[in-house]
Structure formats: C-alpha cells, structure tokens
Design a protein around this ligand. Structure first.
Ligand code: ADP
Ligand code: ASP
Ligand code: MG
Length: 446
C-alpha cells in the first residue's frame, strides 16, 4: 500500500456516498478522489458506475435464456478497462470478471435466473467500482482499501431487498472499519450489497447504496452522512424535469423521508432511518459542483411547504366486503395479507363499504388471490401518486383548496393527508401525472 498523506482521523468520521453518475467516468472518479482527499476523516461508500447495474441484470437474464451474454460481459469489461486506462491506474479486476463469468455459466446451465443469483450478479458493479477508486486514491498519495460490504452488512434471505440485522451489522462495521481508519486508511465500501443469512450475496434494493451509506454512518456514529450525486441537492421538483425548480437549503428528516418514499429518486426511501436513529445530519451534495452548499437534512423543521414529487407505476387495489366495518379484525386480516407478501402499502383510503390501498404495479397480482378469499377485489393499474410535502401543510388552511384548484381539470382520487401531517397525496392516471405535478408546482412555488 502506498504511503503518503494521512487524513485527519476523528472519532466520528464523515461517511461520503457517491452515486452512479459520480462514479460514471474517469473524470467523475478523479473528482470523487479529490473530494475524498479533502482531509476529513472519511469512509467512502460507492455505487457501481452508471448503467452498470442495469447491464448486469440484463447479463443474468440473457444467460438464463442462453442468449449472447458473453457480448454483454465483454462490453462491461471494455467499459471499465477504458475508465482505468483514462485514469492511468492498474486495477486487478481479473478475479472479479472470472467470478462473474462463472456465475453466468451457472445461470445458463440452470436455465433460470434465481433471485439469489440475480443479486449475486447485480452486485458486481460495486465490487468493481470500489477497487477502481482505491487505486486512484493510492495514486493521489492516500492509503485506501476496498471493503466488500459482504463482510459488513448482514441481512435475512429476502433477496432483492434484504432486511438488515443491525446488531450483527453495527458490530462488524465498527470492528472492521475503525482500525483501518485509525491507521490512516480510507475504507472504500461497496454500496448496495450485503450478506444474506444463507451466506450469499444479497442486495438492498435498487438505489440502495444511499441506504448502505446510512447503515455505515449509523454504525460508526458519524458526524455527517454525505450523499454525493449529480444535482445540487434536494429540489422543490425534480430538476431534470423543471428548469425553474429550486434547491432546498434545509429539510427535516421526516420531510426528506416523505419525499423519498413518494418518488424523489435523489434519496433512497430507507436512507433516513439509520440517520434518525443516531441523529446524524445528512447532506445532499453535487460531485460536479462541490462548492454548492447542498441540502442539509436534520431533525429541525421549518413550517413551510417544501416540494412536489410523484411516483409512477402504482396500482389501486379496491377491496369491498359487505358488513366490513362491523366485522372485528377485518383490517388486521387485510393488512396481514400485504405483510405476508412483503408488500409495502403507500396510501390507504377507507369508506363504509370499501378499502382502497395503493401498491407498486408488480405487487398487486401477488395478493389478489388471497384477498379474494374474503372480499371482492378490483385492481386499477397504470396510476401514479402525486405528493405535496412540507411541515407547513399542518397549518396552511388553504393548502387543500389551492391543490384542488390546481388540478380541477383532472380526475383525482384517494386524496389523503398523511398521518405525519407533512404530506398531501392523491392518485391520478399515470399518463397525466407529469402535467398534474407541474400544475401543483406552479401553484405552490411559482
Ligand atoms: P445517484 O446515482 O447519485 O444515486 P440518482 O439518479 O439516484 O443519483 O438520484 C439523483 C437524481 O434524482 C437527480 O438526477 C434528479 O433527476 C432526481 N430527482 C428526482 N426528484 C428530485 C428532487 N426533488 N431533488 C433532486 N433530485 C431529484
Ligand atoms: N448500483 C445500484 C443501482 O443501480 C445501487 C445504487 O446505485 O444505489 O440500483
Ligand atoms: Mg440513487
């Protein structure tokens, strides 16, 4: 390991997570290395290079049908070789590519991409990108080591979205990372992946590297979790869709959680939980504009309306049952069906004779059969949730009126004010959602 400049080790290190675009090119990775070299006690958590996780999933799916997966694999190898050549570093990725190839051969032989295999294959992107960043940091004179989160984060066997065993995980993170940091090494941890109970690679769900960052920060009692991405912070509307959107300097944990949950891709919905548990401030920063102040997320809350977001790909499940309200335990029976299928419910609305529940499109079919055993079920697909977020909603008596005025030309259903009193959500047809969300944005922020 190259000897060189040492970072200033503190007891409460900053955890800095870098997303796919931040790791997406040689230029971006150099920028990440410069940010990490800023002299703070820091642990890096990294995503795969942008587009790689999608390609890895395609690779697995192609192997399962005996398609030309070798071509996809070669494309990935070439893409990463071009990045390392441009960076001027030698990275020994041979063993990882070999292991990936062997996994594909196994999938082809089986003729099926089993969930554990899909997770194993889709996690290679982070294992590769972390090794590349380490070599760049070493070239810059720092001590750095790639740490595979397989050794740090432990979950159950819920492949596709492992549920973390925090006791085991927190212990492993402290035991493995603190000694490294004390000896002046920057650990570069793979985001997204973990170890399942059965000892396989598992993933934390798409976009899950933010969550990995938060898990590491929580375990180390970090002074700050930084989420470095490709925009200047959290905006009052997705900045890629609205040039007039503005960065929010501050948000509360609860507001950020609502935004993430209802579709703002900038933060993975689970990220905030470990941060709240240890009261760790979260900063959203731009790798490509590092001097911008970003968005600070803490437990402080300002009473204003903050942002509009939306989530596509939603189904409404309407459940009718005669005499439902008088039947004790009906609701519990109903939600047990969702819980058993590990399905997250977004919005719930009840009337005297029916309950409407929203779930992701792919999930609805998993529960219809069970629900039909004790009720009449109707599923409406192709819907979207629009969500207005901000602690100010509690006291803004005109918020609902303004909202309805903004969307009066559209067919709106399931209007509900979240129990947190920090959001108003409603459902519209997916085909109209962009237009509707823009109208809400115009009404409240322009
Ligand atoms: P990363 O790869 O760094 O994890 P993501 O693509 O997951 O980045 O998230 C960043 C993207 O989130 C931005 O490019 C932006 O288009 C999108 N986004 C959606 N809603 C918002 C919002 N309210 N504020 C900022 N970004 C948002
Ligand atoms: N690489 C993973 C994904 O694309 C995780 C992440 O980037 O957060 O979903
Ligand atoms: Mg992300």
């Amino acid at each position: 390991m190259a000897e060189g400049k040492e970072t200033n080790m503190g007891l409460r290190p900053v955890v800095a997570k870098f997303g796919g675009t931040s790791m997406g090119s040689a230029k971006a990775i150099s920028q990440v290395a410069d940010i990490l070299g800023g002299g703070q006690a820091v642990v890096a958590v990294v995503s795969a290079t942008s587009g790689t996780t999608d390609k890895l999933i395609l690779l697995g799916e192609t192997a399962a049908v005996s398609g030309n997966w070798q071509e996809i694999l070669n494309g990935l190898i070439e893409k990463h070789a071009a990045i390392t050549t441009e960076l001027g570093v030698q990275v020994n990725l041979k063993n990882l590519w070999k292991e990936l190839k062997e996994s594909c051969e196994q999938v082809q032989k089986k003729g099926e991409l089993e969930t554990y295999m899909k997770d194993r294959i889709s996690g290679f992107g982070e294992r590769i990108s972390s090794n590349i960043l380490v070599e760049v940091l070493k070239k810059n004179g720092f001590k750095a080591v790639a740490v595979d989160a397989y050794e740090l984060i432990f979950t159950d066997n819920n492949f596709g979205e492992g549920n973390v065993d925090f006791e085991k995980t927190n212990k492993a993170i402290a035991e493995k990372l603190l000694p490294m940091m004390k000896s002046g090494v920057i650990p570069v941890v793979t985001g997204f992946i973990a170890q399942s109970e059965m000892g396989e690679y598992i993933t934390l769900g798409r976009g899950g590297s933010d969550y990995s960052g938060a898990i590491v920060a929580g375990a180390l009692g970090s002074s700050e979790l930084q989420i470095w991405t490709d925009v200047d912070g959290i905006f009052n509307f997705d900045p890629r869709n609205e040039p007039r959107a503005k960065v929010l300097p501050k948000l509360s944990f609860k507001e950020a959680a609502e935004l993430a949950f209802f579709g703002a891709k900038v933060l993975h919905p689970k990220t905030i939980k470990p941060a709240i548990a240890k009261n760790i401030p979260v900063k959203i920063l731009n790798t490509f504009n590092p001097s911008a102040p970003g968005t600070l997320v803490t437990n402080e809350e300002e009473e204003s309306i903050k942002s509009v977001t939306y989530k596509k790909g939603i189904s409404i499940v309407n459940i009718c049952s005669a005499g439902m309200l008088t039947a004790p335990g009906f609701m519990s029976k109903l939600f047990q069906v969702f819980a058993r299928a590990h399905i997250d419910v977004d919005v719930v609305a009840t009337s005297e004779v029916s309950v409407s529940v929203t779930v992701d499109n792919g999930e609805a079919d998993k529960i219809v059969e069970q629900l039909s055993k004790f009720s009449t079920v109707r599923v409406e697909k192709g819907m979207a949730i629009v969500c207005l977020v901000g602690a100010g909603i509690i006291h803004d008596k005109l918020a609902l009126k303004d909202l309805f005025t903004a969307v009066e030309e559209h067919d709106v259903s399931m209007v509900s004010q979240g129990s947190s009193k920090r959001n108003i959500t409603f459902l519209v047809k997916e085909s109209e959602v962009q237009e509707v969300a823009k109208k809400v944005f115009n009404k409240f922020f322009i």
